[in-house]
Ligand binder design. Structure first.
Ligand SMILES: Cc1ncc(COP(=O)(O)O)c(C=O)c1O
Length: 366
């Protein structure tokens, strides 16, 4: 039974957790190379890509940094979409790496739209990179990535598109090649349901070509260095071998379930949580039509004490998440990603109902 309804880290299946207990291997060994090769090849399906997948011993933020370090040439700029905390974070990652960045903004809860990117790209001709978060974990908004990428291509086809799908990939559809994306990354501890500490990024050929024109890419997240070693089925620095054992097992589990079935399971759980929230007098934070499949952000219109609610859930062995940053107390988040099944959601909602039944509604009288 699932107990973590927070948007990462999430519950890990017992066989995936156990896979980590296998004996270590030297990473410069044929056994490791075979393991790594198998993971890299199968991971491409998650991204719907024919390109390569880098597997890093880091969390997803490492690849936020890799994107800004590798894909923007000196004197050129990046354009980042911000409609929540993680777009905001990515902007900071760019700025703290000395990359000139402009912002396309939408109010939190609203999606970023292709038209806004098109207008920004028409206004300047010195952009190298568009950066956009697929699934804004803070607001529960799924940004329309296919639309945004098409808008970028229509105005400036040479501009690369990098997508943070840290909390989306494996739970919500994202088709890298068909949608024309150049870099897509995710973290293990979200919809892929791995323990934290591993991140995956798919990178297009033209993104690697661009990196060749960037002199100071750093070392650890240098995409060209990662590629050189990937071609030998390895990594430049020591990989997280236990987590790669876990990934190997989990890729089989994910592909056996099937990506289409997995997307349908996540969408059904999202719909159920949304329906429950509205039926109980809450509002949904994310705009209709753009609601996340992996996490629902609920506006706390009933004035529930979320710390108290979570304390109640913890007694039953479960947890949900408070609102993120400025949304703390004003919203709460129910994640439905990874290993969570509809039965788990029904169980959680029944316990939430039990809590609400003991509450007096603190909304001001109409
Ligand atoms: C959309 C998004 N981007 C980036 C991050 C940062 O990922 P990590 O903690 O794996 O570095 C998160 C974490 O929650 C996220 O939800």
């Amino acid at each position: 039974m699932a107990h973590l309804f927070v948007p990462g880290p999430v519950d890990v299946a017992p066989e995936v957790a156990q896979a980590q207990a296998k004996p270590m291997l030297p990473h410069r060994s044929p056994e490791f190379e075979a393991l790594f090769h198998g993971c890299e090849q199968r991971a491409r399906a998650l991204f719907f890509t024919q390109y390569r997948v880098f597997i890093s011993a880091s969390s997803g933020t490492g690849f936020q940094e890799a994107a800004v370090r590798n894909l923007v040439r000196p004197g050129r700029r990046a354009l980042v979409g911000v409609n929540g905390a993680f777009g905001k974070r990515w902007r900071e990652v760019a700025e703290t790496n000395g990359v000139a960045v402009d912002v396309v903004e939408a109010p939190w809860g609203q999606p970023l739209r292709g038209t806004a990117f098109a207008a920004a790209l028409e206004a300047r001709d010195d952009y190298d990179l568009v950066m956009v978060v697929h699934n804004e974990t803070s607001t529960g908004v799924e940004n329309p990535i296919a639309e945004i990428a098409a808008a970028v291509r229509a105005v400036r086809p040479e501009v690369l598109v990098a997508v943070d799908s840290v909390s989306g990939l494996g739970g919500a559809r994202l088709e890298m090649d068909a949608w024309g994306l150049d870099m897509v990354f995710t973290s293990g501890q979200k919809a892929l349901a791995l323990p934290p500490g591993i991140a995956l990024a798919a990178v297009s050929d033209r993104a690697l070509e661009r990196a060749k024109e960037v002199p100071h890419r750093g070392w650890y997240f240098d995409l060209l260095r990662l590629e050189k070693h990937r071609l030998k089925d390895s990594t430049p620095a020591t990989p997280a071998i236990s987590l790669i054992y876990a990934l190997d097992v989990q890729l089989d589990r994910i592909l056996t379930e099937g990506l289409e079935a997995r997307f349908a399971r996540h969408a059904a759980m999202a719909a159920r949580v949304q329906q429950w929230a509205v039926a109980r007098g809450f509002e949904l934070f994310a705009a209709e039509g753009y609601r996340s499949k992996t996490v629902t952000t609920v506006r706390n219109t009933r004035g529930v004490d979320i710390a108290e609610l979570n304390a109640f859930l913890v007694q039953r062995g479960m947890r949900i998440a408070n609102g993120y940053g400025p949304l703390k107390g004003k919203t709460f988040r129910i994640a439905h990603m990874g290993e969570i099944r509809m039965d788990d959601i029904e169980h959680l909602l029944a316990v939430l109902d039990e809590f609400l039944a003991g509450q007096t509604d603190s909304r001001p009288a109409a």
